[in-house]
Design a protein around this ligand. Structure first.
Ligand code: THU
Length: 129
């Protein structure tokens, strides 16, 4: 699975976005170090704070199936611009390590970041002693 294929998986997942309130659709595809892919979309609720982002949907699916080691996550949206993971998703990503590649894509164009680029000086489990 190369990054272009992972981006395609994220676009496929975006088709399932449930966004009656924002109409802003997001898709994510999470590649585990073992080579599996977990996808996610954003899911919104009338109580807007209950909304779950696409990235977290994918990560929660993976964790709930015992997969906690990730190689990369691709993020796409219905916007004409790149969509970067929100702050909550950045915090969830860093929970599982700092080596994951974060692929922010728009059509066939993509950028690759590390979590230290997007969430510098992060607060993680090692800070809780
Ligand atoms: N959203 C995501 O799914 N991921 C992000 O990283 C940014 C925001 C969703 C949440 C909400 O359903 C919609 O985009 C607008 O905020």
């Amino acid at each position: 699975m190369n990054y272009k294929q992972l981006v395609e998986k994220a676009y496929e997942a975006m088709e399932f976005a449930y966004t009656p309130y924002s109409n802003f659709n997001v898709g994510a595809a999470l590649l585990t170090k073992s080579g599996k892919v977990y996808t996610g979309c954003n899911v919104e609720f009338a109580s807007l704070g209950a909304t779950n982002c696409a990235e977290r949907t994918a990560i929660f699916k993976a964790v709930s199936e015992g997969e906690k080691e990730y190689a990369a996550i691709a993020v796409v949206s219905s916007s004409k611009d790149f969509t970067y993971p929100c702050g909550i998703c950045r915090q969830v990503i860093v929970e599982f390590g700092k080596d994951i590649d974060i692929i922010v894509a728009k059509d066939y164009d993509y950028e690759v970041y590390k979590i230290d680029d997007l969430l510098p000086h992060s607060f993680t489990g090692i800070d809780i002693k």
